[in-house]
Design a protein around this ligand. Structure first.
Ligand code: ADP
Length: 269
């Protein structure tokens, strides 16, 4: 059972009366704890690349008369700065999503979102000989922020590529299901164990931290996806089987559905 945190205040309002105010602080406490953890995690995550960079700078200074070593260290410094820059970018993105409601809302063409996200994920996929394609129903529209939706789908595609072996296939498609548009990203990758599936949406949670860092992961991608989905009145869910692959499904309320063909009821035929 969940614990409830009550803040109780008592005031005398007369010789024979007291006023008791009880305020449920459970949610506020939970949010405070999440914020505190976030700050601790952010500092920890930032310290790693900053520490590595400063160490590398020191080493490169000491190796000034060995051009090969200088080149090697310079390469590593470039990698660490790229990681730092990705991390800062995602922290800012997530903070923005946490404080503000959607600022840019308009009718968004889902097929255009998928095409743009696929375009941006193409380089990483090609480097691993992973085929990448977008398909699905044309003409679907949602109401929201085009750029944020591209970011969300792109994060899912980047993960699909990151956690899949070479030569596999990654696909993204969209279709209308009831009043929702479902965008599914499917991979044939390493999959996620059932007991990890809920946790992967937490900030900085990684099933395998070393692997995630090595391949450029920040641990924030899926929490960004979750926020983007929520800000659009939707959600994100996961289906996965270790060793087989994963499917992440974003569900966003449809802005307008293409006209359904009028089909006579079977009994009327
Ligand atoms: P990261 O930047 O580490 O990829 P995410 O928040 O995007 O962070 O994902 C959290 C964790 O979930 C990853 O570290 C990885 O362990 C797991 N994960 C995410 N997507 C997939 C996927 N398509 N296949 C297997 N594991 C995944």
């Amino acid at each position: 059972p969940a614990r409830v945190m009550l803040q109780v205040r008592v005031a005398h309002v007369g010789p024979r009366h007291v006023l008791v105010l009880a305020e449920d602080r459970t949610e506020a406490r939970r949010l405070e704890a999440i914020r505190r953890d976030f700050v601790v995690n952010v500092s920890h995550e930032l310290k790693t690349p900053v520490g590595a960079l400063s160490l590398l700078a020191e080493t490169v200074g000491a190796a000034a008369d060995d051009p090969d070593a200088v080149r090697r260290f310079a390469g590593r410094m470039q990698q660490e700065s790229a990681r730092l820059s990705a991390l800062v970018h995602e922290i800012i993105e997530l903070s923005r999503l946490q404080v503000a409601a959607l600022s840019q809302t308009a009718l968004v063409d889902v097929a255009a979102v998928l095409a743009e996200a696929v375009d941006r994920a193409r380089t990483a996929a090609t480097a691993k000989s992973i085929t990448l394609d977008a398909g699905g129903q044309p003409g679907l529209q949602v109401y929201g922020d085009h750029a944020l939706l591209v970011t969300a789908v792109r994060n899912l595609l980047d993960n699909a590529v990151r956690y899949s072996p070479e030569g596999t296939h990654v696909g993204v498609g969209a279709r209308a299901v009831g009043d929702m548009v479902q965008i599914a990203v499917v991979d044939q990758g390493i999959g996620i164990r059932p007991d990890e599936q809920e946790r992967v949406f937490e900030r900085f949670y990684r099933v395998d931290p070393a692997r995630s860092r090595e391949t450029g992961g920040t641990g924030l991608g899926l929490s960004i996806v979750k926020h983007v989905a929520a800000d659009h009145g939707g959600d994100v869910s996961i289906w996965s089987q270790p060793g087989k692959g994963s499917t992440f499904t974003l569900r966003i309320p449809a802005a307008h559905l293409p006209p359904q063909p009028e089909r006579p009821h079977p009994e009327e035929v």
